[in-house]
Design a protein around this ligand. Structure first.
Ligand code: SF4
Ligand code: SF4
Ligand code: SF4
Length: 352
């Protein structure tokens, strides 16, 4: 069907919301509670638009398009309403963008920039620190929370861990873990889904704080090195230091749709760990490991395997492949064991 947004005609599929059609066509509408994965929430009211023939404003994430619909996203009335919503969100929290880990990658900041809000017009005098830093990998700063509910929907419906909810109601409402206990004491498994889906800096990855800013990293697509599920990840690498600062799941990936487990999201220290082996080691006559060249290591392994094969037969050799290397490397390894060594004794550590 055809619809009109800001007097321009667009083709759409039936069943799409106004917000989805606008986004597909690069028309920005601030939307802080909507996320493809958790669906329509209709909470934040930032995505309002005007529709010809409809009184008042409509939330674009909740209204599906109809043939010939005429939508305006930038009228004075729309922008005034959006500005009020964003202004109130900024006013009711402690938004110290300069030192916020989310600076440059914050949907509230984007909305404020789009609407030209330079500083919140209201000031809440008594905002007290409200940080839960108890857990291993995640920091929760409730003063930056805009009560969008994305994390709650994600924890309960997407990763189905059922840990998060809102406590209290009205202006006092805030996110809580289980029966309003510390994150570290709750049933949270530190999967980090809430951190990834939070549109602002309210739930963030603890160990990324103080490292590279969002615009200083390259996001390199890869596959999680841990298990056979093969979740798709984006590795955030500080391009000056060539160091991993953060890992995110890739939204829409068929294996994991952005979700990761605690290992895949936070277990990346081994990559640059000082104790990581960077060259082969061969035991000397006294049984002590000594650094060796790859050539020496490979020829030692080859001669030992050949010796065993000649003496006892290839089936006395077995090989264990690793989940920490790529599918292609595992394929090559099983090929080597089956064809060059000549045994089917090959298994993989992800089948524990
Ligand atoms: S959450 Fe966003 S708006 Fe708030 S301080 Fe951080 S960057 Fe600024
Ligand atoms: S880290 Fe995972 S389990 Fe813990 S609160 Fe967030 S979404 Fe729920
Ligand atoms: S913590 Fe983040 S995702 Fe959760 S309600 Fe607050 S702003 Fe939304």
């Amino acid at each position: 069907m055809q619809v009109f947004i800001n007097n321009k005609e667009f083709s759409t599929k039936s069943g799409q919301t106004i917000y989805q059609v606008a986004r597909e066509n690069n028309i920005y509408i601030p939307a802080l509670c909507y996320h493809d994965k958790v669906g329509v929430a209709g909470k934040c009211r930032a995505c309002v638009v005007e529709i010809d023939g409809v009184q008042g404003l409509e939330t674009s994430c909740q209204v599906t398009v109809r043939e010939g619909m005429k939508i305006s996203t930038k009228t004075e009335k729309v922008l005034k309403a959006q500005k009020l919503v964003i202004d109130l969100m900024l006013s009711s929290g402690n938004h110290d963008c300069l030192s916020c880990i989310q600076n440059g990658d914050c949907e509230l900041q984007d909305a404020a920039y789009y609407l030209g809000i330079e500083r919140p017009s209201l000031k809440y005098a008594d905002i007290k620190e409200n940080i839960d830093d108890s857990s291993e990998f995640i920091t929760v700063d409730r003063n930056k929370c805009i009560s969008c509910g994305r994390c709650i929907a994600a924890c309960n419906n997407t990763v189905t861990n059922d840990v998060l909810d809102f406590k209290y109601r009205g202006a006092a409402a805030e996110i809580s873990f289980d029966t309003d206990i510390l994150m570290a004491d709750s049933n949270c498994v530190q999967c980090g889904e809430c951190s990834q889906i939070c549109p602002v800096g309210a739930i963030t990855d603890k160990r990324t704080k103080g490292l590279a800013r969002s615009w200083e990293v390259d996001k390199i697509e890869s596959i999680c090195p841990y298990c056979g599920v093969g979740c798709k990840i984006a590795i955030h690498v500080d391009r000056k230091k060539n160091k991993i600062v953060k890992i995110e799941g890739i939204e829409g990936a068929p294996t994991n749709d952005g979700m990761l487990c605690v290992k895949g999201r936070y277990g990346f220290d081994f990559v640059a760990h000082e104790e990581r082996l960077t060259s082969p080691l061969i035991k000397d006559k006294n049984g002590k490991f000594q650094e060796a060249s790859w050539e020496d290591a490979i020829s030692l392994v080859t001669s030992k395997l050949t010796e065993i094969k000649n003496k006892y037969g290839a089936d006395k050799i077995m090989a264990l492949a690793s989940a920490k290397v790529t599918n292609e490397e595992n394929y090559t390894f099983q090929k080597l064991i089956r064809t060059a060594v000549g045994t089917n004794n090959i298994d993989h550590c992800a089948r524990l």
